[in-house]
Write a protein that binds this ligand. Structure first.
Ligand SMILES: [Zn+2]
Length: 140
C-alpha cells in the first residue's frame, strides 16, 4: 500500500502501476493524478521484467529436434500446437546441413513462412503436431 504525498489517500499497488521516466521510478495517484516518486526497497530492490515480445517477432524460437525433425510450439487459432518440420524439408527446401545452428537459422529466417503453411494445414484439419514437409513447398 502506498500513500499519495499530495492528497494523502492510500493507494493500492493494484490501482497505481509503477512507471519510469528520466526522473526515476514513480506512480501516478489515481485520485489526484499527481506524481509520487518511488525508490527500490532494501530487500530485493526493484525488479523489472521485460514484456514478452509478440510470438511472430521472436527471433530465436526455442525448438527441439527428434530424429532430425524440428519441433517448436506455436499458437494457431488460439490453440497451442506443435509444428514439426521434417528433416527432408529442412535439407531439401531450406538447404540446412543438419547442424543445430543451421536448423536454428532456417527457423529464424523462415518462421513466418513455415507458420503460414502450418496455419493452412490446421485449417484443413491437421492435428498437432502439424507436419511441414517437402510437398508443402511443391517438392515431391
Ligand atoms: Zn493523490
Amino acid at each position: 500500500m502506498w500513500n499519495c504525498k499530495h492528497c494523502k489517500v492510500d493507494v493500492s499497488r493494484h490501482n497505481a502501476h509503477p512507471a519510469i521516466d528520466s526522473l526515476g521510478i514513480y506512480f501516478v495517484c489515481p485520485g489526484c493524478f499527481e506524481r509520487n516518486p518511488l525508490t527500490g526497497s532494501k530487500r530485493g530492490g526493484v525488479r523489472l521484467q521485460q514484456a514478452a515480445a509478440s510470438e511472430a517477432l521472436s527471433l530465436n524460437r526455442p525448438f527441439l529436434r527428434s530424429d532430425g525433425d524440428l519441433f517448436f510450439s506455436q499458437t494457431i487459432q488460439n490453440k497451442r500446437l506443435q509444428v514439426q518440420v521434417t528433416r527432408e524439408c529442412l535439407d531439401r527446401v531450406f538447404g540446412s546441413d543438419g547442424s543445430v545452428s543451421q536448423d536454428s537459422e532456417v527457423l529464424r529466417v523462415n518462421l513466418n513462412h513455415i507458420v503460414g503453411i502450418a496455419t493452412q494445414k490446421q485449417r484443413d484439419g491437421s492435428r498437432s503436431p502439424i507436419k511441414v514437409l517437402c510437398a508443402d513447398f511443391g517438392l515431391i
